[in-house]
Design a binder for this molecule. Structure first.
Ligand code: CP
Ligand code: NVA
Length: 302
């Protein structure tokens, strides 16, 4: 059987993504009832992290354990990858030993090279291009709040970065209407805008994006690897901070999402998380666990 990778959302068909999400909701219910099923018994996930992580690491590792398998954390500093062993050789070797590999890296091309050489599923745990696992959890969260996400008015306010790219791809697949307010020079890349299949429009100000939105979301102004640009980005994103006043412009039942980690005083105002409209971010983070467990079952068991 040919393996399936998950480097971008479009690696799975729309119906497969809906199936994974349906399973994610069921797995969440089981988890809340403290019922665990050993659907990945004896399976091992290798996790290569070339950047820091809290949510992605813990959700994949806890998820594998809860499904009866296990996960191995690998960092470049203590594997031969850090001493120059080619990605392709590492992919072939891990393919002999584990059931799937998750990679968090910078260049998306590294994931593609690894996936081409591997004979087991490869999962993107964040690249400079996109963050598909985050969107599984975000769609699960939107479904919990609103039911159907088709036609939902979603506002992205801030950097047109990797997470924004996955929002564009998700808009194309799930049919929500994405409105983006990003400062000039920080818009998402055009090849990702195309993936929205017309379900996107760009506005000039955060206020226009927030107006009547049902979901407001953002991300940090300087992503991992952009630390050198942090000062100039602070200036460029002036006026793009999420505040209670900005949330007031949204629809009555609107919720706020943030992939986290958040930087208070930058993309969100100090204390924003005490506003009840932002409570969804904790469920969103928790849904990383359930959505990825469903994904792992789908990729490993078929
Ligand atoms: N949202 C997310 O991927 O968080 P981590 O960087 O903590 O994994
Ligand atoms: N855009 C952020 C997302 C972190 C989960 C980054 O790449 O650092």
């Amino acid at each position: 059987m040919a393996k399936t990778d998950f480097l971008t959302l479009n690696d799975l068909s729309q119906s497969a993504l809906f199936k994974v999400l349906e399973r994610a909701h069921a797995l969440k219910k089981s988890y809340q009832a403290k019922e665990f099923h050993q659907t990945l018994s004896q399976h091992v996930l290798a996790m290569i992290f070339e950047k820091s992580s809290t949510r992605t690491r813990v959700s994949f590792e806890a998820g594998m354990t809860q499904l009866g398998g296990s996960a191995i954390f690998l960092s470049p500093t203590d594997t031969q990858l850090g001493r120059g062993e080619p990605l392709e050789d590492t992919a072939r070797v891990l393919s002999e030993m584990v059931s799937a590999v998750m990679i968090r890296t910078d260049e998306h091309n590294k994931l593609e090279r690894f996936a081409r050489a591997a004979t087991i599923p490869v999962i993107n745990g964040l690249s400079d291009s996109c963050h598909p696992c985050q969107l599984l959890a975000d769609i699960q969260t939107m479904q919990e709040v609103f039911g159907d996400v088709a036609g939902l008015r979603v506002a992205w306010i801030g950097d047109g970065n990797n997470v924004c790219h996955s929002y564009l791809e998700a808009a194309g697949i799930f049919g929500f209407e994405l409105t983006i307010a990003a400062p000039t020079g920080y818009e998402p890349a055009s090849e990702w805008v195309e993936k929205a299949n017309g379900h996107v429009n760009f506005v000039d100000t955060p206020e226009e994006a927030a107006a009547n939105a049902q979901v407001i979301t953002t991300d940090v102004w300087a992503s991992m690897g952009q630390e050198d640009e942090a000062k100039e980005r602070l200036k460029a994103f002036d006026g793009y901070q999420i505040t209670p006043a900005l949330l007031d412009l949204a629809a009555d039942n609107a919720c706020f999402l943030h992939c986290l980690p958040a930087h208070e005083g930058e993309e969100i105002v100090e204390g924003l998380f005490s506003d009840s409209r932002t409570a969804t971010v904790w469920a969103q983070a928790g849904n990383r666990l359930h959505a990825q467990k469903a994904l792992l079952e789908y990729l490993i068991n078929g």
